[in-house]
Design a binder for this molecule. Sequence first.
Ligand code: ADP
Length: 538
Amino acid sequence: MISKSIEPLLENEETLLIRDLFAIPHRKMLTTRYDIAEKSTTREKLSLIDRNNSSSPSSLVLISIKLKKIIPLTISVLWVMILIRPLFAVDTTLIANSYSYSYSWLEPHKVIAGFIISLLVIILLTNSTSRKTNERLEDIYKKFEVMSALFSYEDDVLHDIQSGKEIRMYKQNEKMLKNIDKDNEFSKKIISENYKKMRLVSIASSGFFQTINYLIFAYLGVLVVVGAMPVAMIIQLSSAISQLITVFPQLFQNVMSVFSSPSTLNTYYDFMDMPDQEDNERLRKVLISESNQVEFKQVSFSYPDTEKLVLKNIDATFNFGKRYAIVGENGSGKSTFIKLLTRLYEPTSGVIEINKEDINKFEVGTYLDQLGVVFQDFQLPNFPLGQNLSTDITYDRNKANSLLERVNSKTFVETLPHSTDTVLGKEYDASGINMSGGQEQRLAIARSLYKGAKLLILDEPTAALDPLTEIEIFENFDSIAAGNTAVYISHRLSSTKFSDEILVFDKGEIVQRGSHEELSKIDGKYKELWNAQAQHYI
Ligand code: ADP
């Protein structure tokens, strides 16, 4: 009764716990330092945790279930102790009288002690058996890791509507289905191999278990036959002993498995121990400023686990209200420069300052509020348009409309079925809209302005734009950026004419700086790039 009455409570706790077990690592991924989160090994760890949570024999979820079982099992064991007490009051001299022999080893406390010892032996045996099974299964799951990673990747691709075109064009589904079949065959094979290995041990232990069970019943029978115990008592004792035999090993096993800290827990803890971006949050200041000056001082950088410096001794100052252009060939370090500025990575040497203070001194949230970056590969989630701008579940309609006007999207938004409440994309809403690259780009720019950033950075915005939209964005760039600082990163030089200063990147270094007029007159990288591109426009 007690067990049953606490069951709903435990079940509720367990549901909440399981939900947390899944959610916590995913939340962790969002706060982890970007350079770590970006690694494929980190992402693999997260999917391993998800897989363990749903399938592994020693997963945290199963441990929570085991923990839940411990409470009713303990209650059952205590109840058995109460039921078994009358056995100790049995007069064993009657056995001696009946068989004219002193069977002192048949005294109840000795028999019960023998019984408990035998039970412990069986339990230890079963426990080591199940540990071995678990270890073996862990190994099997390790072998599965690569397979499962491929399996879940292919499953994602098959379900992703964006891949639908290529899947049909190149019949990719056939290849993937073959892989899934191979995966199934492999899992069937190792699971049956494992079963064969464990079969012998489990048969032996269950035989041992049954023997002990029958011996104790025989003992109770003898006690009744010699008149040491009333027949009625045999019902109470045999049910108590049956219960003890069932629940005691289960209790022991559950307790042991909770404490044996299986390897999946290590994966979980390792993951949760990854450093967060804001680990020493308390040391940081809040940055609120109406105007900002940003300065790179002798900044060099190489990506983690690599030797090559992709940025070398960068010195650059961005003054408030000015327009800057960063140009250079692909791979010259332009995007890396933005990653350092947005604190996704830290410089290997040198310092970046905002208003003459190291950017690392500021709390990352308030620091990033000052920056509006439109990344080259920006993403607009499938939320309503207005929510995309505010990146919140509410938004200021007047502000949204005036920003849409600033980026020349007002007329387009007015044609939408639900204006700024229209959902972008059709992933979960059939009335959602698919936009052109140019419209998406304008919305991404509007989003960067919505938060009131003082430094606007457009990384290679021309990639998604047709020439007319590109010209239109350049021409409106002054009104888009308003009085703020703006940095325009591009490998198309026509976009740089509007800037106050152009920084020319080459192999991670700033090789030239100046206005378009200055740079186009002198021989150098800028002129070289300009001439090369001009040829294609003639
Ligand atoms: P750009 O934006 O000018 O095209 P990037 O800043 O993207 O250039 O790249 C500069 C160099 O850094 C390139 O050699 C590129 O291969 C390397 N790189 C970029 N991202 C990474 C990364 N995550 N890990 C290692 N190297 C990288």
